[in-house]
Design a protein around this ligand. Structure first.
Ligand code: ADP
Ligand code: F6P
Length: 319
């Protein structure tokens, strides 16, 4: 193996930069050159690449986002576009490709793998919706940010005896909302995975406020689409002075947490070793305390399930 390539694809997530550093350092230690294609799959198709040296990845561990840039490139779902990428990879003498990204990016990874490119995937997405890893890169940093923001909002919420509906990202996954609600001791949580009853939550909180509760925090996952309905119910049923805060892309930025840095170092070096071992067509992820490999076909045919204890908590706070 003489040359590998790497891309960061889809929504960026904290931990991508430490992973890139680890990939380049592990490759260099083994005499392998590294090409970085810019802006995910778009960079491969448009042949937009940089050579990655030690200097390229020095001083980046503490930076969120990705120095390789990322993009949404829906055209990559089309076979002729994928074939163009394969041609470009061959022309650039790429022996193996490492792809950092979420669920969509792993679909692209499987497509390239089927077309004969040795590919290893690394789960990196704040949504934490990928089967084959307990946590994706960036989830921990995102949760720290969500927790920090909710902690801050509590100051103003308690000063005005208000209710706040906090909307978190996550697409169809409620993981960020659920763990964010757990970590902040929030009063209610709405996630797509669990049936919820907005009116019952509003009635419960009315009673609690009538009995002296100072403020309420209700965390709503964007995937439910229920943010404004929840707010309306708190105003009309609970008669609470209510505000909505959409955390938005604040959840995607910020310096990677220690956890995301260390996970990135482990996944980056293991991805290079996996390619060197002649293994590909797999995503590597964190299972328990170990790094495990899961074939792309399995990753993409299974839905990631929220653990039983977390589900119990969600059910309790959904009514
Ligand atoms: P994420 O990887 O964070 O889930 P996206 O869903 O936007 O983000 O996917 C990232 C990129 O992966 C897309 O812009 C596209 O280039 C590629 N991709 C997504 N779905 C597929 C698919 N079904 N087949 C091939 N490539 C895909
Ligand atoms: O997939 C990561 C994510 O942050 C989702 O949680 C969110 O719905 C989406 O990306 C936002 O995408 P964009 O940055 O393209 O607006």
């Amino acid at each position: 193996m003489k040359r590998i390539a790497v891309i960061t694809s889809g929504g960026d997530s904290a931990g991508m930069n430490p992973t890139l550093k680890s990939i380049v350092e592990e490759a260099k230690r083994n005499g392998i050159s590294v090409t970085g294609f810019l802006k995910g799959y778009r960079g491969i198709v448009e042949n937009n690449a940089i050579e990655m040296y030690f200097q390229t990845v020095s001083g980046i561990v503490q930076r969120g986002g990705t120095v390789l840039k990322s993009s949404r490139f829906p055209e990559f779902k089309e076979l002729p576009v994928q074939q163009k990428a394969v041609g470009n990879l061959h022309n650039s003498h790429i022996d193996g490709l490492i792809i950092l990204g979420g669920d969509g990016s792993m679909r692209g990874a499987m497509a390239l793998s089927k077309l004969g490119i040795p590919v290893v995937g690394i789960p990196a997405s704040i949504d934490n919706d990928l089967y084959g890893t307990n946590l994706s890169l960036g989830v921990d940093t995102s949760l720290n940010m969500i927790t920090h923001c909710i902690d801050i909002i509590k100051d103003t919420a308690s000063s005005h005896n208000r209710a706040f509906v906090i909307e978190t990202m996550g697409r169809a996954s409620g993981y960020l909302a659920l763990v964010g609600a757990m970590a902040t001791g929030s009063e209610a949580v709405l996630i797509p995975e669990v049936e919820y009853d907005i009116e019952s939550i509003a009635r419960r909180l009315k009673l609690e406020h009538d009995n002296g509760r100072a403020y309420s925090i209700i965390v709503v996952s964007e995937g439910t689409g229920a943010t404004s309905d929840m707010s309306d119910a708190l105003k009309t049923i609970a008669k609470l002075d209510t505000r909505i805060t959409v955390l938005g892309h604040l959840q995607r930025g910020g310096s990677p947490s220690v956890f995301d840095r260390i996970l990135g170092f482990r996944l980056g070096s293991r991805a290079v070793q996996t390619l060197m071992d002649g293994v590909s067509g797999v995503m590597i992820g964190l299972m328990g305390s170990n790094i495990a490999m899961t074939p792309f076909a399995d990753v993409l045919s299974h839905k990631k399930i929220i653990g039983e204890r977390y589900m119990k908590f969600a059910k309790r706070l959904s009514h």
